[in-house]
Design a binder for this molecule. Structure first.
Ligand code: AVW
Length: 258
């Protein structure tokens, strides 16, 4: 019984002090570096963790600014090759399936920081140095929450560095495939650099029997925003066509909509 109680106490403490978050963070970081030789040099997962946690520990979890993660971005610098960047909005699963199969494309979640943080929740508290993975503010509880600010910062960084032709996978099975309030609409397209980006290629992914069109009002709004600075294309493609293409060894690099 004493042992069981002692074990329970240890478990609570490691959770309360962010032991499990740190464990997941470091494990994912090492896993990424092991499989990505090109970013391994000069990156120390413990240093990346220190920079990450100093962005939000001992602070009000509703007052974590986007800039709080500037130091983290500098610690985990990563160059993504031109023409490979894929942005997505309401198509997370499909975009990730696509880049998993076609290694010549990358989403933010295929970079080190995106890979580590994908799907995690975290926050600190003003009352101490602990790190929490539950009881944290939700995406909309307050705007400056640690998770939302992180994704805004990381997305801004990813979009700023985009070059060549970029791909944006949008969802053709909803009324508004483009939303100016989404991260893609409110952060990423604003950070696109006209000196570096040539084409913005929208791929609208939809289902059979659902009317989808690049003439959709929200896409016209997107086109109007982009056209003065970038070349723009929009292509509709069925989900079933992409799924078939993912398995096609003749197309190791995609694209799947030509
Ligand atoms: P999304 P975005 N509540 O599919 O363009 C909770 O709309 O925004 O695509 N979580 C939310 C909320 C919310 N209201 N809104 C967004 N999220 C989180 C990074 C949630 O994790 C990549 F580079 C959801 O799965 C893409 O190009 C995710 O944000 C771009 O940003 C995506 O929401 C996708 O962001």
């Amino acid at each position: 019984l004493t042992l069981a109680i002692a074990g329970f106490a240890v478990l609570i403490r490691t959770t309360e002090t962010g032991g499990s978050l740190k464990y997941v963070f470091i494990t994912r970081c090492k896993e990424y570096l092991e499989t990505h030789d090109e970013v391994r040099v000069g990156i120390d997962c413990n240093e990346v963790w220190d920079a990450f946690q100093s962005s939000f520990v001992a602070k009000d979890p509703c007052k974590i600014s986007v800039e709080a993660y500037d130091g983290l971005m500098n610690t985990a610098k990563q160059k993504v090759p031109c023409n490979e960047m894929v942005f997505w909005s309401k198509t997370k699963q499909m975009a990730h399936k696509f880049t998993q199969a076609k290694k010549c494309f990358m989403t933010l979640e295929d970079t080190l920081l995106g890979f580590i943080m994908d799907g995690l929740t975290w926050c600190g508290s003003q009352d101490g140095n602990d790190t929490y993975t539950s009881g944290c503010p939700n995406w909309n509880t307050c705007e400056q929450n640690p998770v939302r600010s992180f994704w805004s910062r990381a997305s801004a960084h990813f979009a700023e560095s985009a070059c060549g032709n970029v791909t944006a996978m949008l969802n053709g099975s909803i009324d508004k495939p483009f939303s100016a309030k989404s991260i893609f609409g409110s952060v990423e397209i604003k950070k696109f650099n006209p000196m570096k980006i040539n084409y913005v290629n929208v791929v609208l992914i939809g289902r059979e029997n659902y009317p989808m069109s690049c003439k959709n009002d929200s896409l016209q709004e997107l086109e109007k925003t982009l056209i003065p600075k970038f070349k723009y294309t929009c292509t509709t493609v069925l989900l079933s066509t992409i799924l078939k293409c993912l398995e096609d060894p003749q197309k190791p690099c995609g694209p799947c909509w030509d």
